[in-house]
Design a protein around this ligand. Structure first.
Ligand SMILES: NC(=O)c1ccc[n+]([C@@H]2O[C@H](COP(=O)([O-])OP(=O)(O)OC[C@H]3O[C@@H](n4cnc5c(N)ncnc54)[C@H](O)[C@@H]3O)[C@@H](O)[C@H]2O)c1
Length: 391
């Protein structure tokens, strides 16, 4: 891989533009291409505005701004990628469209050029399968907005050359990002492990245990989460959040832990997307008042314990199944979704035995597979073990 020559980015939407900015600010020549010329013009104007704002705030100098801008090439054809050493694709989330782009790229770039996808939900292996050299294909999953979010998940497909992958991981770390290595499974780390934050909260609402405001308040107060699940879903957009849930559930062969809710599906159908549409779980229209939570401490504790135990169960299962290392699982949740603590460290604090007891009593009460405690947690509780130190 020769990245001193340049980094290519396919797709100048929200993610591609952000990734291009990160690479250019890190000193690379960047070629940015989009099939929609208008989008490319918009992206160019947006980068100028962003960098100008950073100069105004004193975060970068005028000279740094000019240098970054001079490293950007806005290309109107893919042939401009010919000299790039790494290309990151960030186009529409459709497998056949991505595969077409990868096929075309292989006719343009050198055999040593690394081809990466920023996909959130497609398998890296299925994208690589379209290529003549699948060993050079990998996932490089940035979070939105790419210049601000520190986490990047690095994902090998079945055929990926692991030396090449480690080289790319080191390169991205050099851009000031926290990189974590994860297997090619649905949702990778963050979009899989975080599902219970939303799903279990909606479930408690559906059962009439508490309303949105009370659940949000409970998780912020007891857990120290920056945003409650309903505020966060409204912020992300119920269209995006619902689709991620549905995709992860389907791709895990309908695993009950990931089952979507009818509550969110109906909001999605009603186009109650959240902040961007003016209405979601909450009403954001002018003059609307936010509902007050029921400030009941015992209820807040119950809500928090149910959600945190489900989150820990997912993180523990991910560790047990070799999805990622203990450290990478914790880094992913603190850097990718701003959790106040890594979930495995949190398990140690709460006590693995307490977590298992909580899950076990939910499992017995509901009789649903969704609540089964992960075998790793059960063994650790039995043997008095902790994730970060032996008891
Ligand atoms: N938005 C997020 O929060 C987020 C986070 C992480 C990863 N992702 C992933 O990043 C990718 C891009 O997402 P986005 O939010 O930036 O989308 P977007 O809709 O903002 O941008 C996609 C861009 O790709 C362009 N495009 C479509 N087909 C193309 C083609 N064949 N060749 C060249 N350009 C093409 C479009 O014109 C558009 O400008 C997706 O795979 C998505 O799953 C998104």
């Amino acid at each position: 891989m020769n990245t001193s020559i340049g980094i290519g980015v396919v797709g100048a939407g929200a993610m591609g533009s952000g990734i291009a900015q990160v690479a250019a600010q890190a000193g690379h020549q960047v070629v940015l291409f989009d099939s929609n010329a208008e989008q490319l013009t918009k992206s160019e104007a947006a980068l100028l505005a962003t960098l100008s704002k950073l100069v105004e705030k004193g975060k970068i100098t005028e000279a740094e701004k000019e240098a970054t801008l001079s490293r950007m090439v806005y290309a109107n054809n893919m042939e401009a990628f010919a000299t790039c050493g790494l290309i990151i694709e960030a186009i529409v989330e459709l497998l056949d469209v991505k595969q077409d782009v990868f096929r075309k790229l292989e006719t343009i770039v050198s055999p040593s050029c690394v081809l990466a996808s920023n996909t959130s939900s497609l398998s890296i292996t299925s994208i690589a399968a379209a290529c003549n050299i699948p060993s050079r294909v990998m996932g490089i999953h940035f979070f939105n907005p790419a210049p601000l979010m520190p986490l990047v998940e690095i994902i090998p497909g079945v055929a990926t050359n692991m030396d090449m992958l480690q080289e790319v991981k080191a390169l991205i770390a050099g851009w000031g990002k926290s990189t974590v290595l994860t297997k090619d499974t649905p949702g990778f780390i963050v979009n899989r492990v975080a599902r219970s934050y939303y799903g279990e909260s909606i479930r408690m609402y559906e059962e009439g245990i508490a309303d949105f405001a009370t659940i949000d308040w409970a998780l912020k107060t007891k857990g120290g989460f920056r945003m409650g699940p309903f505020e966060l879903m409204d912020f992300i957009g119920n269209d995006i959040n619902y689709k991620v849930t549905e995709t992860v559930w389907e791709q895990f062969f309908y695993e009950p832990r990931f089952k979507p809710s009818l509550t969110q599906k109906r909001l999605f159908e009603a186009r109650y997307f959240g902040r961007k549409s003016g209405k979601g779980y909450y009403d954001y229209s002018a003059g609307a008042t936010m509902p007050e939570p029921t400030s009941d401490d015992a209820l807040a504790h119950q809500i928090f314990m149910r959600v945190i135990c489900m989150l820990i169960n997912e993180a523990a299962d991910s560790l047990y199944l070799g999805l990622a290392s203990r450290e990478d699982l914790d880094t992913a949740m603190t850097k990718g979704v701003n959790y106040p603590k890594g979930l495995l460290r949190w398990a140690d604090e709460i006590g693995v035995e307490t977590v298992v007891q909580n899950l076990q009593s939910l499992y017995e009460e509901y009789g649903e597979d969704r609540y089964r405690p992960c075998v790793l947690l059960k063994r650790m509780a039995r043997d008095g073990k902790q994730f970060y130190a032996s008891a």
